[in-house]
Design a protein around this ligand. Structure first.
Ligand SMILES: [Zn+2]
Ligand SMILES: [Zn+2]
Length: 307
């Protein structure tokens, strides 16, 4: 990175900078970079009213770098507030991958002094993801995503949570925004809420304004970054193409991701109030909220059992 020589831009600081903030050109040392990231997350949380006093915040903790950094920062910035933080890890049952990330999740919750709950696909539906995918090898990420969201929501509700926080960073959010546009998915573009807020624990994304590179660097600086094996199942094909496209654009035209996200947010404000669906119904199979008829989880598990 350019500009490692010299001093940190923070007034009076003589420490060597470890990075240059792309937006402002500030060169920051490890201590001031940490303070900058935590300050921006705090601002996002406050401005968007993501957490209020008295909240029970469940943090979805995969053990990967984004959710690990999220838990670390939230446990710091909420330390002095009357807020209960609980980490929930979903064990999908992916041999050779999940064991290690569960260990990392255990270590980080112990280090942060945060309660930790582990729930598994096997306890929920009697099968691991590896077993489910054997029945239907073409859609591992769909099966995994639907069940993971269900287990997180259920765990959050069982814990009496008022917020469900996930580790999505700026890159993830811009990728999703662009994918919605590329898919022509107007319903998702204008969706600003979920039907019947009472049926779902509202989700918040405190890292939504932090670029992935800074999330990674924060993890390294704080000594909580552990390189982990990649998930053995292939990710979504479109997302991976969009990721490459955006990293090229961001490199050649710095600030592209922030501008895209800000424009997307304004677009949603303009069409504001378009809450998806409107009314919520309940799945006849499991009794969980759904958007009509069988819920996605029962639909998937049913079609798996039919094989
Ligand atoms: Zn400094
Ligand atoms: Zn169901």
């Amino acid at each position: 990175m350019a500009g490692e020589t010299g001093r940190c831009s923070s007034p009076g600081c003589t420490e060597p900078p470890i990075m240059v903030l792309r937006g402002t050109g500030e060169r920051l040392c490890a201590r001031h970079f940490t303070a900058s990231v935590e300050g921006r997350v705090r601002q996002t949380v406050e401005e968007r009213k993501m957490v209020q006093d008295g909240d029970v915040v469940v943090v979805g903790l995969s053990g990967g770098k984004d959710s690990t950094v999220l838990l670390h920062i939230l446990s710091r910035i909420l330390r002095d507030r009357p807020v209960r933080v609980v980490a929930v890890t979903v064990d999908e049952g992916i041999a050779g991958y999940r064991e290690e990330t569960v260990q990392t999740a255990r270590a980080i919750t112990a280090a942060c002094g945060v309660e930790h709950v582990i729930v598994s696909f096997e306890d929920y539906c009697g099968s691991t993801l590896d077993e489910l995918v054997r029945e239907r090898p073409e859609h591992p990420c769909t099966i995994c995503g639907v069940l993971r969201r269900r287990l997180l929501q259920n765990a959050a509700r069982d814990l009496g949570a008022t917020r469900l926080a996930t580790g999505h960073c700026l890159d993830d959010e811009v990728q999703s925004a662009l994918m919605n546009i590329l898919n022509g998915d107007v319903r998702r573009i204008v969706r600003t809420g979920v039907p019947d807020a009472g049926a779902f624990v509202p989700r918040v994304k405190p890292l939504r304004d932090i670029p992935e590179k800074e999330v990674t660097l924060y993890g390294i600086v704080q000594g909580i970054y552990t390189p982990l094996p990649e998930c053995p199942y292939a990710g979504e094909a479109l997302r991976s193409d969009v990721r490459h496209l955006l990293s090229t654009l961001e490199y050649r035209h710095p600030g592209t991701m922030e501008r895209t996200m800000a424009g997307y947010d304004r677009l949603r404000e303009r069409v504001g109030g378009c809450v998806e669906g409107g009314e919520v119904s309940y799945c006849p199979e499991c009794g969980e909220p759904s958007t009509g008829g069988l819920c996605r989880a029962c639909e998937l598990l049913g079609s798996l059992a039919d094989r």
